[in-house]
Ligand binder design. Structure first.
Ligand SMILES: Cc1cc2nc3c(=O)[nH]c(=O)nc-3n(C[C@H](O)[C@H](O)[C@H](O)COP(=O)(O)O)c2cc1C
Length: 195
């Protein structure tokens, strides 16, 4: 499958069959997820693979989305705080001679690193979804979460932050067609040179 085909074919699946996804496939998808770019190549994303029925039902109840319980696999995607640099000095040193720093004042390094963590995780999520699509699997990105509750339930260490859940499985045959998906005209989203 061509990349452009996978991009268009992927859709948010909210109805799964009971067919299991084998561990080898899950690992292959996560390996491909981790081929996504990441800040300083820290690969700042860790995944919790949740397949236990009670745990999936707990998640479904947690954010009132029944389809989570139906999916045979739910992947909890996290990133680690404080992984890039300790402080401004560490950052300047870490960049060395690369000159990869804004020439203006950077007054929110912490904020920038938080954004890096989310981007590292999100890039992996999209890879995961496209790779799943290529293999005939379906996914759905879920951003609604009781973040603290999820951390407690699945033993996520304090310095890790959950970003999202991704359901993964095979589509119920009767639901194999995605609902009509729409996108805004691209000229409403693009600014050339200046906003
Ligand atoms: C950050 C984010 C959070 C989302 N949260 C949810 C969610 O909680 N439940 C859900 O069913 N879909 C969720 N989605 C999926 C979107 O609703 C979906 O991507 C969008 O409607 C476009 O449809 P498509 O993915 O089929 O193209 C989320 C997507 C993103 C990127």
């Amino acid at each position: 499958m061509k990349t452009s085909e996978a991009i268009k074919k992927r859709y948010s699946c909210r109805s799964y069959s009971e067919k299991k996804v084998n561990k080898k496939t899950i690992l292959e998808l996560l390996r491909l997820a981790n081929w996504a770019p990441s800040a300083s190549n820290k690969q700042n994303r860790q995944f919790v693979v949740i397949s236990d029925r009670n745990d999936r039902e707990w998640l479904a109840e947690m954010n009132h989305q029944e389809h989570i319980g139906e999916a045979p696999v739910v992947v909890l995607v996290t990133y680690q705080r404080g992984i890039y640099f300790k402080n401004k000095e560490d950052y300047e040193k870490g960049l060395g001679d690369w000159q990869m720093r804004p020439s203006g004042e950077v007054n929110d390094l912490e904020g920038m690193w938080e954004k890096w963590g989310i981007q590292d995780a999100a890039a992996a999520v999209e890879n995961l979804m496209l790779a799943a699509t290529e293999r005939g699997l379906a996914t759905c990105w879920l951003g609604i979460m009781d973040f603290e509750g999820v951390k407690r339930k699945f033993g996520v260490p304090r310095d890790f932050e959950p970003v999202c859940l991704v359901t993964l499985g095979y589509v119920k045959p009767a639901h194999s067609q995605a609902a009509a998906r729409q996108r805004k005209p691209i000229d409403k989203l693009v600014h050339w040179g200046k906003w």
